[in-house]
Design a protein around this ligand. Structure first.
Ligand SMILES: Nc1ncnc2c1ncn2[C@@H]1O[C@H](COP(=O)(O)OP(=O)(O)OP(=O)(O)O)[C@@H](O)[C@H]1O
Length: 375
């Protein structure tokens, strides 16, 4: 069986993973490594001469399975990725969050060896995407944000094609295909033409395609886009299960609350710059006034604001809203500070009937960290 380009419904990069096809069409999923390292030089960067990062092409820290090191990618004046550095530990799920045009897809395409950095390097399982793209591809499964579907083949044939492309043969290929069909729940559709699949089933199939060679690392670009709530929950379950099986996963999404539940750590990117990285809790504790407190006080309502202001020498308090018996305000979120606030009111003779702390969600943090800039 073989596929030709005209059979594709849309762009599909993984079927020809050399990643060295020149294209400046930003709408194409296959625009790739021959593009200009723009703004700096009209000469396309090529793999043999591309590395600027020290230690490129060598094994890095074994506990880090994905590493971006001072990664840059320019398209003309657009700094799509602008000096991004972070790493993802083995077996971790890392959420890549950012508004439209932030640089998520560009970073992921570089990791998938479909594009080259203008400067810097990235490593997958210790291998450089610049110097060792073949070794990277063996270890990596990439699920692009839109993917090619060969209309007239069925699910099994589609997966079989990718299994062959990755060099799987004989019983090993049969065993692997069956595992992927079972794991992704596409087994019942094995002989159904792809054109008849729902969006959710196509996403499962695409995940299966990325899994077929049992890679250590998965790069998933907006895998939940367009899925209904049940399909999203199922996808989340599959991703967590893959991480529990030891796979390292980088996943981008606009559905921030979902990432919070699924990810061990997140990175927030805007206009090509990484603004914050770490666990949601770490980012929360690095962000000032990240918690809110609501007190229900039964007496002396007209003295509450004034009494609260007396705490401000010791504790940063802002956004005070008084509404009848309820006073709501932002504070550091530290347990010691919360205890000090409650003690203050009680010892001053206020009747504190209820205390409610509100942690900021990932969505709140995202809005706080980013500025809404679009490029
Ligand atoms: N091949 C290209 N040629 C020119 N500009 C590009 C190209 N690819 C991406 N860009 C630009 O780089 C910036 C980052 O785009 P990218 O697709 O990486 O963002 P993103 O965070 O994935 O956005 P989205 O969430 O909308 O998919 C955007 O300004 C985009 O227009």
């Amino acid at each position: 069986m073989s596929f030709t380009d005209h059979e594709l419904d849309d762009g599909n990069a993984t079927a020809r993973p050399s990643g060295d096809t020149a294209s400046d069409d930003s709408s194409s999923n296959d625009s790739a490594a021959g593009e200009s390292a723009a703004g700096e030089s009209a000469t396309p960067r090529v793999r043999a001469e591309a590395t600027v990062a020290p230690h490129a092409g060598v094994h890095t820290n074994d506990s880090e399975c994905i590493e971006l090191r001072r990664l840059h990618r320019f398209f003309g004046d657009t700094r799509a990725v602008n000096d991004v550095t972070f790493s993802v530990g083995r077996g971790e799920v890392f959420g890549f969050i950012g508004p439209n045009g932030a640089g998520k897809t560009t970073s992921m395409r570089i990791l998938a060896t479909l594009d080259l950095p203008s400067y810097g390097d990235a490593f997958v399982d210790g291998f450089s995407v610049v110097n060792d793209p073949e070794l990277v591809r063996k270890r990596l499964g990439f699920m692009p944000d839109s993917f090619g579907t060969y209309r007239d083949v069925n699910c099994r044939e589609y997966l079989d094609f990718f299994a062959r492309a990755y060099g799987l043969v004989g019983r090993e290929r049969t065993r692997r295909l069956q595992w992927v069909l079972d794991f992704t729940g596409t087994g019942g559709m094995a002989t159904k033409p792809i054109r008849g699949l729902s969006k959710g089933m196509k996403q499962r199939l695409c995940l299966g395609r990325a899994l077929v060679h049992d890679p250590a690392v998965m790069i998933l670009d907006e895998p939940a886009a367009g899925l209904d709530p049940r399909a999203r929950i199922e996808l989340r379950r599959m991703i967590r299960e893959l991480a529990d099986r030891g796979k390292t996963i980088l996943i981008s999404s606009h559905i921030l609350t979902e990432l919070a539940e699924m990810c061990d750590a997140v990175g927030i990117i805007e206009q090509g710059k990484l603004l914050a990285t770490g666990s949601v809790e770490q980012i929360q504790s690095e962000t000032q006034n990240q918690s809110e407190l609501t007190l229900r006080i039964l007496n002396r309502h007209d003295e509450i604001t004034e009494s609260l202001s007396r705490l401000e020498d010791h504790i940063a308090i802002d956004n005070v809203i008084l509404d009848g018996q309820f006073v709501r305000f932002g504070f550091s979120g530290k347990p010691d500070d919360q205890a000090a606030i409650v003690t203050h009111f009680v010892t001053q003779g206020f009747q504190v009937a209820e205390v409610t702390a509100h942690k900021k969600s990932l969505e709140d943090l995202f809005l706080q960290v980013t500025e809404g800039l679009v490029q």
